[in-house]
Design a protein around this ligand. Structure first.
Ligand code: SR1
Ligand code: MG
Length: 424
């Protein structure tokens, strides 16, 4: 327990110093409590996030609330999400060292994690809204996905360890329920918490919600999300879950972690780059600077996939020690080519899922409850609707045609083609 309280109680900037001031894990890094300056900076949808700054350093204190912050106490949410975030961070640190914040203390009763303050990093979404460039971004993120996904899958983990971990994370029921509803269900009918840029998008939205083939494909994807425990997912890998500074990128906030299909994390990531791409029009007229930035976003989108593919292939060849695709039936028989063919096929299945999940994330950020700042900040609503309608159309085509799209270059061609059209 981090303080004298045996029952959960939410912290505030006013109470944090008296409640946590005796903790060595903070004092060692931040200095004497008398020097602490506390601010609450949580801008996500769920939790409290405090920055505690003192004479010798800074730490982050993240605490779960017993409800969804975005909606209020009418939507209760269990505190155990902090437990899953803690366990996900420890596994990600093992599988992809250096990519996630270091944890100094986890207190299960208070549902809080005290962790590294990552500086001078800022949230990737905000950085892209400011048209900043980041070297190595695609490589950092593609490798993060490949390492965390491969090393938690049946390609790598010892089977008893993996099965125990699948069982542990299977209890993250309520956070999976949020995703199951907010991504795969609500956007496709007129659900109570939905909103969109009305009336400008009304016709486009009605047509999506009446698209029989689309609705069925989304439910196929939901089925896969619920029932394919391929790897330990971050579970909410959007551009608000990545912090960047120059050529460094770190991944935060894995409270939605659970064992699911590999393409989900990569799909969400690609969707958030594509959202950034389509939102650029909302930040000023067509000019060279904006076009260059859009090209960079598409390069990153392509290269995230490419680096994922390269690193996943490296791991396949060097670290395939799990029960799936065993070397006993491939390399040990001198059948290296068969192993390479299996790898190619596995990657193409992950790619197909990635495109489908990418499409659903594009949709839900425009039609559902939780929207993205890059579109929300476009105050000219007809213009916002034009940008959003393009993203919706790309999402629709990715979901419907995902099994026929030949490679990531075709996704970029499609994104560019759609950006020349108007759907509202
Ligand atoms: C009610 S929570 C809404 C969204 O916020 C989180 O960051 C997840 O993306 C979730 O879907
Ligand atoms: Mg989050």
């Amino acid at each position: 327990m981090s303080d004298a309280q045996s029952e959960y109680s939410a912290l505030s900037p006013e109470t944090l110093v008296s409640r946590l001031g005796n903790l060595e894990q903070i004092r060692n890094r931040v200095g004497a409590p008398e020097s602490w300056k506390v601010s609450e900076v949580g801008d996500g949808n769920l939790n409290l996030v405090f920055i505690v700054k003192g004479e010798t350093g800074t730490v982050v204190v993240k605490q779960a609330l017993p409800y969804v912050r975005l909606v209020g106490d009418s939507w209760p949410l269990p505190l155990k999400r902090a437990f899953f975030e803690y366990h996900a961070l420890t596994r990600q640190a093992q599988h992809a060292p250096g990519t996630v914040p270091e944890i100094y203390l986890f207190d299960e009763t208070q549902a809080l994690i005290i962790m590294e303050f990552i500086e001078p990093h800022i949230i990737l979404r905000l950085s892209m809204m400011g048209q900043n460039y980041h070297e190595n971004l695609a490589q950092n993120l593609g490798e993060f996905c490949a390492r965390t996904l491969f090393r938690s899958s049946d390609l790598s983990l010892e089977t008893a360890v993996r099965k125990a971990d699948v069982a542990l994370f299977a209890d993250n029921v309520e956070l999976c329920d949020i995703t199951e509803n907010l991504i795969f269900t609500d956007p496709y009918f007129d659900a109570e918490m939905n909103r969109h840029t009305a009336p400008y998008l009304d016709t486009v939205v009605a047509s999506l919600r009446n698209d029989f083939a689309l609705k069925a494909e989304v439910q196929h994807l939901k089925w896969k999300f619920c029932s394919s425990a391929e790897a330990l997912l971050h579970g909410d890998l959007h551009s608000g879950s990545v912090m960047v500074s120059g050529g460094s990128a770190r991944v935060i906030d894995p409270e939605f972690a659970f064992y699911g299909p590999m393409g989900f994390d990569i799909g969400l990531l690609l969707a958030n780059f594509l959202t950034a791409y389509y939102s650029q029009l909302g930040y000023g007229s067509e000019n060279e600077q904006r076009k260059e930035y859009q090209d960079w976003i598409l390069d990153v989108t392509r290269d995230v996939w490419r680096h994922f593919e390269i690193e996943f292939s490296n791991l396949w060849r060097a670290e395939r020690k799990g029960i799936a695709y065993p070397s006993s039936v491939f390399e040990d028989q001198g059948h290296k080519l068969a192993s390479e063919l299996a790898l190619t096929k596995r990657l193409s299945m992950i790619f197909e899922d990635t495109l489908g999940f990418c499409g659903t994330e594009l949709h839900r950020r425009i039609l559902g409850l939780a929207h993205n700042a890059e579109f929300e900040e476009i105050s000219d609503e007809p213009l916002r609707a034009r940008c959003e309608a393009r993203a919706l159309e790309l999402g629709r085509q990715l979901i419907l045609n995902r099994s026929n799209i030949s490679g990531i270059a075709s996704v970029l061609d499609l994104a560019r083609e759609i950006s020349k059209e108007d759907f509202v």
